[in-house]
Structure formats: structure tokens, C-alpha cells
Design a protein around this ligand. Structure first.
Ligand SMILES: [Mg+2]
Length: 387
């Protein structure tokens, strides 16, 4: 048997077709973080998604997605049309090999960035399909260290919310069974940040965890000074105190604090995460599967994180990250956002501070009628069952 014959002996199934959809999901009440407070960005009013559905010759289907904020939705969709045909006729089980093919095809765009975010939609659809073939939730397919993952809420605590609105949002989240509240800080007016922290501490103290997120808007001296001021509050973590790629700065800051630093949501490659973790820059990695190129590279960062004995608090997209965080043996948090809920028929079960692994195979997600209605553009490659 030749080497080529040996590696072809996997399954007899083949990818028959793909449906690529650009979905724009509005956010009912646009939100502002510190990047808006410092004048760098405008309020976030929508999430652009690239949704990939894959059909196999044996009649299995997989659905995955990635996303972008503020810009790049049409670019991801256009790139997906270009690289999608590479998958037709291939064995959907050979995810690592297919990921490599897609990465080499987009190599000229650079490792990470929009190329990784486009590949992520294909990669996650392939993992969904593979877990469905095995008849189990993706979390179980990956080894499920736990059945439920601690969850915190962010969406009620953006900077446009007044203090009474923040309190109300936190109380509603706690009543729902959510185990932590994350609030935005990093405004130019530091005293206002402190007033908001004190107000939320009154709500969360002794009940649920509290985290703060500065969205990269502090300088190194500002981050050190502010973080020292709040270091005794028992926060679960201080997020993105510095520029996303200031690995050295994060390492130096983390060494001076008792509170863990959480960061990594903006990084788009395993190499960037390796550099951050090696610099001692995070007590929690916030690796984001859609941003880093999907589940295949996410698992590599998970291995780096486990080796470094740090926690895992993936950014956004709880619908995918519940499965990945459930497979991690260290400390974990998943971030609750209801922004993408209208896109799926299912709802994640929340209680006792945790999200539970959904019962259905794969991600356990079905695209809703609303998702079809929010689709700007659809492109079919190969043979797909009709909608
Ligand atoms: Mg953040």
C-alpha cells in the first residue's frame, strides 16, 4: 500500500455541497465599550456572521459560523466563495488536513486575521458534522471534562447603561441563574469607572463573581495604577487592561497583581497565543474560536493553556464555546450574550451559575427562520438539500 492509499483510508463519505450565508444580526440596543468612550469606535449595532452549512454524500449535515464586528462581513463571505470549492469531494472527517488546505490557499493573506475568521466557519461546520456522525454533543466528542460551565453576563453592563440600568441588568442575570457579571471600564473619566464598580460590587458581593473589562484602553501606567486600586476587591479577573498584542506589558502587569489578568480575545493565531502565554500575560486565556480559525486551532491553544496551568474564558459565542470550555480540565468561564439567540431554534439551559451542555448532537443548534430572514446573501457550491 502506498502512502497516498493509506491516508485515503478514512471513511467513504464525501462533502457533496456547501451553503455559504452572510447573516447580519442587529443588536436591539447598540452598545458602547471603552473604545467608544475614547472616540476610537462607534457603538456596536450588529454582528455580521459567515454561516457555513455542509452536506455529505451520506446525508449528514454540519453547520458552523464565524463573525466579525463593524467591518469585514462581505469580505468574509467573498473569501468563503473563493475557497469553499476546495472542500467538495473531500472526506469531511479529515478536518486537520482540510484546515491545512484552506490555510495554505489563503496563505498570502497572512496567518490569522480575516483568513482565519473565514476558515473558522468551515472548520466549525466540519466539527459539528463529525460529532453528529458520532451521535453526541461536541463537548462529549471532545472528552467533556464537565457537564456544565460557569457563566457570566456582559451584555447588561456596557458603558451606555446608567448605574440603575446596570444594577437592574445584574439583578436580572442573577435571577436567571448566571454566576458572574462583567462590566465595562476604561473610560477617560476614571472616577466614573470607580463609581460604577462600587455600585455593582454592592449588587454582586457574596452572590456572584464580578469582572471588569477595559477593552485595551489603558496605557501601561494607567493599567497598573487602576488595577492596583481594584486589586483587593476579589474580582474574578481584569480583562484587556492593555493593547491586545502588548504581551510583555500584560506579563509585567500580571506579575504585580493578585487578581488574574484575562486577555487574548483579539488574537487570531496559535502563534500569537503562544507568545502571550509564554510572556505570562494571562491568568485566563480568552481565545475565541471563530477569530482564531475555528475549533482545530482552538484545541491547540487549549493545550498550551493547560500546560501553563491558566484558566480558559473564551470570548463571546457561547453557542460554540460551551462545548470547548466543557472539555477543559482547568478553571473555566463562558460569556453569556443573548445577541445570537434569535438565529437558533434552541436555547441553552442556564442554572446554578452555569450553562449546561446541550443534548443535541454536534453544537446542538438549528438555524432559525429568523436566521434565514437575516441572511443578506447566500451562495451554494455543489449539491445541497433545498431549504
Ligand atoms: Mg472583552
Amino acid at each position: 500500500m502506498t502512502r497516498a492509499e493509506r491516508i485515503s483510508v478514512t471513511t467513504t463519505d464525501r462533502i457533496a455541497g456547501l451553503r455559504l450565508s452572510h447573516v447580519v444580526q442587529p443588536i436591539a440596543k447598540p452598545v458602547s465599550d471603552a473604545k467608544v468612550a475614547t472616540g476610537r469606535q462607534s457603538p456596536l449595532a450588529a454582528v455580521d456572521l459567515l454561516v457555513v452549512e455542509i452536506a455529505s454524500e451520506q446525508g449528514l449535515t454540519g453547520m458552523g459560523f464565524s463573525y466579525t464586528l463593524r467591518a469585514g462581513g462581505t469580505a468574509l463571505a467573498a473569501l468563503a466563495r473563493e475557497i469553499g470549492p476546495l472542500l467538495i469531494g473531500e472526506d469531511p472527517n479529515r478536518i486537520s488536513w482540510l484546515w491545512d488546505r484552506l490555510a495554505w490557499r489563503t496563505n498570502s493573506l497572512g496567518e490569522g486575521g480575516a483568513a482565519a475568521q473565514c476558515i473558522a466557519a468551515f472548520d466549525s461546520a466540519l466539527w459539528d458534522l463529525k460529532a453528529k456522525r458520532a451521535g453526541m454533543p461536541l463537548a462529549h466528542f471532545l472528552g467533556a471534562y464537565r457537564e456544565a460551565v460557569p457563566v457570566y453576563n456582559t451584555s447588561g453592563q456596557y458603558l451606555q447603561a446608567t448605574i440603575p440600568e446596570m444594577r437592574e441588568g445584574a439583578e436580572a442575570a442573577i435571577a436567571r441563574g448566571i454566576g458572574g457579571i462583567k462590566m465595562k471600564v476604561g473610560q477617560p473619566d476614571r472616577a466614573e469607572d470607580m463609581r460604577r464598580i462600587e455600585a455593582l460590587c454592592e449588587v454582586t458581593a457574596g452572590r456572584v463573581a464580578l469582572m471588569v473589562d477595559a477593552n485595551q484602553q489603558w496605557s501601561r501606567p494607567q493599567a497598573l495604577s487602576f488595577s492596583r486600586e481594584i486589586d483587593g476587591l476579589g474580582l474574578a479577573f481584569i480583562e484587556e487592561p492593555l493593547a491586545a498584542r502588548d504581551h510583555e506589558g500584560h506579563g509585567a502587569l500580571a506579575a504585580q497583581l493578585a487578581t488574574p489578568v484575562a486577555t487574548g480575545e483579539m488574537l487570531t493565531s496559535v502563534a500569537e497565543h503562544r507568545a502571550l502565554i509564554r510572556a505570562g500575560g494571562c491568568g485566563f486565556t480568552q481565545v475565541d474560536a471563530p477569530r482564531i480559525g475555528g475549533i482545530t486551532p482552538f484545541l491547540k491553544v487549549m493545550a498550551l493553556a493547560e500546560e501553563a496551568r491558566i484558566g480558559l474564558a473564551p470570548h463571546f459565542v457561547m453557542e460554540q464555546h460551551i462545548h470547548l470550555a466543557a472539555a477543559y480540565p482547568g478553571e473555566v468561564w463562558v460569556e453569556h450574550f443573548d445577541w445570537l439567540e434569535p438565529l437558533f431554534d434552541e436555547r441553552l439551559a442556564i442554572g446554578d451559575g452555569c450553562i449546561h451542555i446541550p443534548d443535541g448532537p454536534g453544537f446542538g443548534l438549528t438555524l432559525s427562520g429568523e436566521a434565514r430572514a437575516a441572511t443578506r446573501d447566500t451562495h451554494v457550491i455543489g449539491s445541497m438539500p433545498a431549504l
